[in-house]
Design a binder for this molecule. Structure first.
Ligand code: NAD
Ligand code: IPM
Ligand code: MN
Length: 366
C-alpha cells in the first residue's frame, strides 16, 4: 500500500523523536511490502522562525492532502514571550481545528517490564488499562473572548461547547467502551459548571443507546485522585478538552514515564494526526537522551487507525515490548539494573527487534 505521510517535527525533542518514528516505519514498510512516502513541514516555533507564523498555509494544505500526519511536539522558552496568537502552541491547536480532529485517544497501558518503574506501587498499577477519550477542538482552548482588559488587570477565557460537539465525543467514548471492557467513566465538574451539567445530561441520554455499557459519572477532582489510588477501576474515560489534557499527563505516570504515552487525534472518517502526549521537553532537548517510544507507539496507532494495518501496528508494539524486556530504557525511566541508552540507541534496538521477528518468522515458515 502506498501512503503519503506528513511529518511535523516541531520543536525541542520533537525533532529527535520524529526521526525514530520514520526509521521504524521504513522498516515496517520493507517488512510488509508497503510504500510510505514522507513529506516534512514546519509547525510551531520552528515555523515562526522560518516563516513568521506557527502554522503556515502550506503545512495545512499538505496535511489536508495526506493520508496521515505524525507530529513531534511544539513550544519552548524561546517563544514564551511572543504574542498569544503567535505562540507555537497555536500551530498545534490550529492544525487540530482546521482538520476537524475532535477526538483525542490516549491509551494508558503499561508494559510489564516497566511495572516497577512507576512511582506508584506495583500492586496498584497492575492490570491498569485505560483509554482516555479527550475532546480536542472545543472548550476553554477555543472559546472567545480570551483576552485581557486594556489595563491588564482583568482577564477572561471562555468555555463554550455546542450540543453537537459534546454528542460526537461522548458517542466516541461509548463506541470505544463497547469494543473494550464496556465501562465508561464520564468526567466533568457538574457541581460547578453549566457546561458540565449539559455534558452529563447528554451522557445519560446516550447511555440509552448503549445498554451494554455501564456508565459512571465522576467529578474531575475525584477522578484525579482515583487515577492514582485505584487506576484499574477505569476502562474508558471520556471528558472535555482541558480535563482530558491534565488527566492524561497524570495517568502517564502509571506507565513509568510521560515519554511512553502515544496519542491519536482523529475524526470520524479515519484521517488522523498522531503525536506523543508529552511536549518538547526543552530541559533535555538536543542531548540525544529523550525517550522516542511514545512517538514510535503513536506511529503504530497511525498504522492501526488510519491505515487499518493491525498486524503492522502490533508488530511495532511487540518490538517496543521486546526492547523493554531486554532491559533497555532511556533516562526518564527509573529502572533498577536496566541498560540505560540514548534516543538513537533505543530506536536501533526497536529496529533489531522488528527484524529479528521477521528472521524467526521466515525460519518457522521453512
Ligand atoms: P513536557 O511534556 O515537554 O515535559 C515535561 C517533563 O517530562 C520534562 O521534565 C521533560 O524532560 C519530560 N519528558 C517529556 N517527554 C519526554 C520524553 N519523550 N523523554 C524523556 N523525558 C520527557 O512539558 P513542559 O515542560 O510542561 O512543556 C514544554 C513545552 O512543550 C511547552 O512549550 C509546552 O507548551 C509544550 N508542549 C507541547 C505539547 C505538544 O506539542 N503536543 C504537549 C505538551 C507540552
Ligand atoms: C497536549 C499539549 C497541548 C494541549 C498544548 C501544547 C497546546 O499539552 O497535546 O497535551 O494542551 O492540548
Ligand atoms: Mn498536554
Amino acid at each position: 500500500m502506498n501512503k503519503q505521510i506528513i511529518l511535523l517535527p516541531g520543536d525541542g525533542i520533537g525533532r529527535e523523536i520524529i526521526d525514530s518514528a520514520k526509521v521504524v516505519l521504513n522498516s515496517v514498510a520493507t517488512e510488509f511490502g508497503h510504500e510510505f512516502t514522507f513529506h516534512q513541514h514546519a509547525i510551531g516555533g520552528d515555523a515562526i522562525d522560518r516563516f513568521g507564523t506557527p502554522l503556515p498555509d502550506d503545512t495545512v494544505k499538505a496535511c489536508r492532502n495526506a493520508d496521515a500526519i505524525l507530529l513531534g511536539a511544539v513550544g519552548g522558552p524561546k517563544w514564551d514571550t511572543v504574542p498569544a496568537k503567535m505562540r507555537p502552541e497555536k500551530g498545534l491547536l490550529g492544525i487540530r481545528k482546521s482538520l476537524g480532529l475532535f477526538a483525542n485517544l490516549r491509551p494508558v497501558k503499561g508494559f510489564k517490564p516497566l511495572l516497577h518503574a512507576s512511582p506508584l506501587k506495583e500492586e496498584i498499577i497492575n492490570n491498569s488499562d485505560i483509554l482516555i477519550v479527550r475532546e480536542l477542538t472545543g472548550g476553554l482552548y477555543f472559546g472567545t473572548p480570551s483576552e485581557r482588559t486594556e489595563d491588564g488587570n482583568a482577564v477572561v477565557d471562555t468555555l463554550s461547547y455546542t450540543r453537537f460537539e459534546m454528542e460526537r465525543i461522548i458517542e466516541k467514548g461509548f463506541e470505544s467502551a463497547r469494543i473494550r471492557r464496556k465501562h465508561l467513566t464520564s468526567v466533568d465538574k457538574a457541581n460547578v459548571l453549566e457546561s458540565s451539567r449539559l455534558w452529563r445530561e447528554i451522557v445519560n441520554e446516550k447511555a440509552k443507546d448503549y445498554p451494554d455499557v455501564t456508565v459512571e459519572h465522576v467529578l474531575v477532582d475525584a477522578c484525579a485522585m482515583k487515577l492514582i489510588t485505584n487506576p484499574s477501576e477505569f476502562d474508558v474515560i471520556v471528558t472535555e478538552n482541558l480535563f482530558g489534557d491534565i488527566l492524561s499527563d497524570e495517568a502517564s505516570v502509571l506507565t513509568g514515564s510521560l515519554g511512553m504515552l502515544p496519542s491519536a487525534s482523529v475524526r470520524t472518517d479515519g484521517v488522523g494526526l498522531y503525536e506523543p502526549v508529552h511536549g518538547s521537553a526543552p530541559d533535555i532537548a538536543g542531548r540525544g537522551i529523550c525517550n522516542p517510544l511514545g512517538m514510535i507507539l503513536s506511529a503504530a496507532l497511525m498504522l492501526r487507525f488510519s491505515f487499518g494495518m493491525e498486524e503492522e501496528a502490533s508488530e511495532i508494539e511487540r518490538a517496543v515490548g521486546a526492547c523493554l524486556e531486554q532491559g533497555y530504557h532511556t533516562a526518564d525511566l527509573r529502572i533498577k539494573d536496566g541498560k540505560q541508552v540514548g534516543t538513537k540507541e533505543i530506536t536501533e534496538i526497536v529496529l533489531e527487534n522488528l527484524t529479528s521477528k521477521s528472521v524467526s518468522d521466515s525460519i518457522s515458515n521453512m
